[in-house]
Ligand binder design. Structure first.
Ligand code: KIV
Ligand code: ZN
Length: 498
């Protein structure tokens, strides 16, 4: 009989911790509903004690989804656990995820404590969480660098205290895959009562080994994996959900099944990338733009003769459909709404109307509107709530000409204009905006990316600026890349803390 593997998605917690990836509650609900449609078993919805925003998101996600267990993260601290329990009040299936660092480095430098005291704190936290919920997961932070014998004692103690799941994070992404697998095997063989809990993997990708470690963990007995969509997460990210799901599907002889509906992978990946302003590298496994693109002549020839010569996954299995409808200026509201729904974006009639207006303008400029374009248009609609908007932009530039820009901003309904020159058209536009807002804003990072292909394409601009000692991230998209850059800058300004 096949073994079932539980998929624990932490896109909205470990993934959302990444600077610039923060979502508001409505966006988090959108992602959570898409994760539910994808078939994940557990959604880690946030770290409630960390901010009122996280607290509210856990409440709202709990109300919005039905099937997956909703999980809230805590430290091994009573007030964190009280807060998590309160935030989970509306969840149909709920889990508290509590834990503490177990490596000697964490014990000594983070907690100034001892191994024995850490076990006591771990056990108390689990017992305390059990007062609120039956399903308690314990994480041994930095388990990847924790000595196996001690780790086994911690795991045994927390299972005895009632932990239903024990998470073994390779927090720093340090382990070699076979080492991580051996760690899980050691626990399976040396912990009394291991059969009373599920062992979970949680791997980070600092050395590019997160998926390999996760797989080794599963092959050695772990039956839950903690993953994120597109592998987003702190630093180099977490294990990517789509990679694990497709490895197990391609290698079905391993006999390990998941509840993932793989045909929802592409839409989920795009939604997360678009909402979090986190571009996907083109060669990213499974969801990168080039993941199924065969460019070499030899490969193309082979593919034409028999697709299996160079393709181990049918793109349709991950929801990429070559025959998917491409929208044009003739497409109506219903077609656009359907496409948005397929992509996981739910809109009301007013929002649809506003997106449709922008869609028509885009379809006029580039004839065929792709799924990526539709997601960009949905993102633009979200900016309608912004207090500051780019109302007008004109730029003169060219070979041998000092670029000059004229800009009008709409600030809470009032118009302000200015002009400036610069060492390039983007610099001129930003200088003109800076003249209006009169604040010391420094651009720290600036990337331009074509949405799909073709010179008539939408350009996507990701920008990072520093203001008042803080970093802010902005996004702009336009067939005019100077306008996209100015929009990204204005997006940053809208996020400044007052
Ligand atoms: O990487 C890690 O150790 C974590 C824990 C908080 C689960 O994210
Ligand atoms: Zn983590």
């Amino acid at each position: 009989m096949a073994d079932h593997l539980y998929i624990f998605d932490t896109t909205l917690r470990d993934g959302e911790q990444v600077p610039g990836c923060q979502l508001n509650t409505i966006e988090k609900i959108q992602v959570a509903k898409q994760l539910e449609a994808l078939g994940v078993d557990v959604i880690e919805a946030g770290f409630p004690v960390s901010s009122p925003g996280d607290f509210n998101s856990v409440i709202e996600i709990s109300k919005a989804v039905t099937w997956p267990t909703i999980c809230a993260l805590t430290r091994a601290v009573e007030k964190d656990i009280d807060c998590a329990a309160e935030a989970l009040a509306y969840a149909k299936h709920k889990r508290i995820h509590t834990g503490i660092g177990t490596s000697d480095l964490h014990i000594k430098y983070k907690f100034n404590s001892t191994r024995e005291e850490i076990i006591e704190r771990a056990v108390s936290a689990v017992k305390y969480a059990k007062r609120y919920v039956e399903d308690v997961e314990f994480y041994a932070e930095d388990a990847g660098r924790t000595d196996n014998e001690y780790l086994a004692r911690v795991v045994e103690a927390v299972i005895k205290a009632g932990a239903t799941v024990v998470n073994i994070p390779d927090t720093t992404g340090y382990c070699l895959p076979h080492e991580y697998g051996q760690k899980i095997k050691y626990l399976m063989e040396h912990v009394d009562g291991i059969d009373k809990a599920i062992i979970s993997t949680h791997c980070h990708n600092d050395l590019g080994m997160a998926t390999a470690c996760t797989l080794e963990g599963v092959l050695n007995g772990a039956r839950q994996v903690e993953v994120t969509i597109n592998g987003i997460g702190e630093r180099a990210g977490n294990t990517s959900a789509e990679e694990v799901a497709m490895i197990l599907k391609c290698h079905h002889h391993l006999g390990i099944t998941t509840n993932i509906n793989t045909t929802k992978i592409a839409a989920t990946s795009r939604l997360v990338s678009s909402l979090m302003n986190m571009p996907i590298q083109p060669n990213k496994a499974i969801v990168g733009r080039n993941a199924f693109a065969h460019s070499s002549g030899i490969h193309q020839d082979g593919i034409l003769k028999n697709v299996e010569t160079y393709e181990i996954i049918n793109p349709k299995e991950v929801g990429i459909d070559d025959n998917s409808i491409i929208l044009t200026a003739r497409s109506g509201h219903a077609a656009l709404k359907h496409r948005l729904e397929v992509l996981g974006v739910v809109v009301n009639d007013d929002q649809l109307h506003s997106i449709y207006e922008n869609f028509l303008a885009l379809a006029d400029k580039k004839k065929e509107v792709t799924d990526d374009d539709v997601l960009v248009l949905a993102g633009e609609e979200r900016k309608n709530a912004h207090a500051i908007r780019l109302d007008y932009l004109q730029v003169t530039s060219g070979q041998g000409v000092r670029p000059v820009a004229a800009v009008t901003l709409d600030i809470a309904g009032e118009k302000f204009s200015s002009a400036a020159d610069g060492n390039g058209p983007v610099d001129a536009a930003i200088n003109a905006i800076r003249n209006i807002i009169r604040r010391q804003v420094t651009v720290k990072e600036f990337t331009i990316q074509a949405n799909s292909r073709g010179s008539n394409d939408i350009g996507k601009v990701h920008m990072q600026v520093e203001f008042d000692g803080r970093i802010y991230y902005g996004f702009g998209a336009n067939t005019d890349i100077i306008a996209a850059s100015a929009e990204a800058y204005v997006d940053c300004i809208n996020k400044f803390k007052k």
